[in-house]
Design a protein around this ligand. Structure first.
Ligand code: FAQ
Length: 314
């Protein structure tokens, strides 16, 4: 029952910084918002394996191949932790996954861009994982316990990915002129889509205010985007690469880097399903899901038999 008193007590718990656990009372809308956001996050981690997976066989050395393979596996693990955390809200993973593969559930816009050269892999590690960390460090303090705890582990792994991507890019940027050109070209293509990962500007974000009130987010989309830009400008400079924005300007008074207009039309088009790789990504996920049906059936049958055996034995 959703009485005013319940809502008031719930809000008091949030304001006191308490963590909400699966069996605690929560407003239905809080539960729905978490399912929406966490499931989009889980789908993103899984679909996020595709752009990088594209380069596993073509990585330039055995060492780079092993590193990339491990990174892609980490992303699969992140998807699984987050799906498990969403299931604590009383919804089956199958429903979530099918809503995404056959329905309209969203996933991060960033994974609808192609990886054209190996430099894209370096830039994904540096920029995309870098942006994910800025967002997820905040989510590690989210009010919902299972999500916050999943984020702590995920952030540790993403941090490693980010450092490793930056190291690879630094190496490429200090290589031959062709390698440096390749690195710069990848930065040029990924910079603006990375800034879009943080979501629409605050005055166009329908969910920001509610998520902040409930302590799911503690910073707005624009605040997080700004802290990402602030930490990234100097990193680019340190390895001799330029960010493709002529309006980047350090404002001494605010202590922040000002940046140019993000191409928001492109963002909305990608979200509507018209990005360069949207169709390809969904096709690949559908194929994997359908071809994996026998594995899910076998696992379910195995679990059923195990349970029967345990019941017989007890
Ligand atoms: N892409 O009102 P808001 C990663 C949608 S993981 C697509 O501002 P909110 C790891 C939004 O859902 C990356 N859709 O929404 C990795 C909403 O639509 P809805 C994923 C977007 O929730 C690295 C509408 O626009 N991370 O990278 C996007 O307050 C390397 C209005 O937006 C997460 O999901 C977008 N970029 O803020 C893996 C983190 N932005 O549902 C592999 C958790 C917004 O009302 C390789 N999520 N939309 O129909 C969040 O922090 C938030 O949900 C935001 C959006 C910030 C994404």
């Amino acid at each position: 029952m959703e009485t005013k008193e319940y809502h008031k007590k719930f809000q008091e718990r949030i304001d006191n910084g308490e963590t909400i656990e699966p069996k605690d009372w929560m407003p239905e809308r809080y539960r729905k918002q978490l399912i929406r956001m966490m499931s989009q996050h889980a789908h993103s981690e899984v679909v996020g394996m595709l752009p990088e997976g594209n380069w596993i066989e073509r990585a330039p050395s055995l060492k780079r191949k092993k590193i990339l393979l491990a990174k892609v596996q980490d992303e699969a693990g992140h998807g699984l932790y987050i799906y498990s955390a969403v299931e604590t809200l009383g919804i089956a993973r199958r429903e979530l996954v099918e809503d995404y593969i056959y329905g309209n559930a969203k996933y991060s816009s960033i994974f609808n861009y192609p990886t054209l050269t190996y430099a894209d892999i370096c830039v994904i590690g540096w920029l995309v994982d870098g942006a994910a960390i800025v967002n997820q460090t905040m989510l590690a303090r989210s009010s919902y316990g299972p999500y916050a705890r999943a984020m702590i582990r995920i952030c540790k792994e993403e941090s490693f990915h980010q450092k490793q991507g930056y190291e690879m890019l630094a190496k490429m940027a200090s290589g031959t002129p062709e390698q440096k050109k390749m690195a710069q070209d990848a930065v040029n293509r990924w910079w603006w889509p990375t800034l879009m990962m943080f979501g629409p500007p605050d005055d166009e974000s329908p969910n920001n205010a509610e998520l902040i009130k409930w302590g799911v987010k503690s910073k707005t989309n624009d605040e997080l985007r700004q802290s990402f830009v602030d930490r990234t400008v100097m990193e680019a400079e340190a390895i001799g690469l330029e960010l493709p924005d002529p309006d980047l300007n350090y404002n001494k008074e605010t202590g922040h880097w000002e940046f140019g207009e993000i191409p928001w039309d492109e963002f909305w088009e990608v979200i509507r399903g018209n990005g360069p790789m949207n169709r390809e990504r969904i096709r690949a996920r559908r194929k994997a899901y359908e071809e994996g049906a026998w594995v899910r059936e076998a696992a379910a049958e195995f679990a059923r038999k195990q349970k029967l055996n345990q019941e017989k034995a007890s």
